[in-house]
Ligand binder design. Structure first.
Ligand code: 5GP
Length: 190
């Protein structure tokens, strides 16, 4: 998606260690709602034929994008909650996720009542890096007996392993901007 690539080139900042792209000025701290709208529209164009019944994302950065996409699909948006508690009651699906940006392991959870076996779920997230967040969400959908129709990702860091690994498992992953490399000279797209 040209619009997103141009915006990353213009306003994205690469952390000093070269591992993290900061998009705080337009995507996941301050939000450019017009850009979110174009992203939501593009996800709808890509997955319009998949008979999506629910969108699933993970808090916090995915929620805004998922909500805009949800308006195009006209389906509910569900977000996995990050939980620090070990004492979660029985009415939830949980998965362990290792955070790439924070280097911590945490549990994510979704109430069982909101995911049904007949659901056709589109997963949406802001970034795909090593794929741990996406793995966790896929695991939760499958545990519910529902179908993952695919994943819509805003920015895939294609130099990390997540995208290739998850596509190899047969999951349709569509990323709107795929980064081949990033460093002192800026960002290069695939
Ligand atoms: P993964 O689980 O695929 O390794 O990482 C995905 C999650 O980590 C995303 O939900 C996102 O919040 C965060 N993340 C991974 N890489 C980056 C990055 O380069 N920049 C930002 N801002 N977040 C990232």
């Amino acid at each position: 998606m040209k619009l997103l690539e141009e915006r990353i080139r213009r306003d994205g900042k690469i952390r000093e260690d070269g591992a993290v792209l900061k998009v705080d000025s337009f995507l996941n701290h301050q939000i450019d709602v017009g850009l979110y709208n174009e992203i939501g529209k593009e996800f709808f164009r890509l997955f319009a034929d998949e008979r999506v019944t629910k969108i699933l994302t993970i808090e916090a950065s995915g929620i805004g994008i998922a909500c805009i996409a949800g308006q195009y699909f006209d389906v509910p948006v569900l977000f996995a909650k990050k939980s620090k508690s070990k004492n979660i009651d029985g009415g939830v699906y949980t998965a362990r996720v290792e955070s790439f940006t924070h280097g911590k392991v945490y549990d994510v959870m979704v109430a069982k009542e909101f995911l049904r076996p007949e659901d056709r779920v589109l997963i949406i997230d802001d970034f795909l890096a090593n794929g741990a967040a996406l793995d966790g969400l896929i695991q939760i959908v499958r545990e519910a007996g529902a179908t993952v129709v695919g994943a819509g990702i805003c920015i895939e860091k294609a130099f990390q392993s997540g995208g290739e690994r998850i596509r190899a498992k047969g999951v349709r992953v569509e990323a709107l901007a795929r980064i081949k490399s990033m460093g002192e000279d800026g960002v290069e797209f695939c």
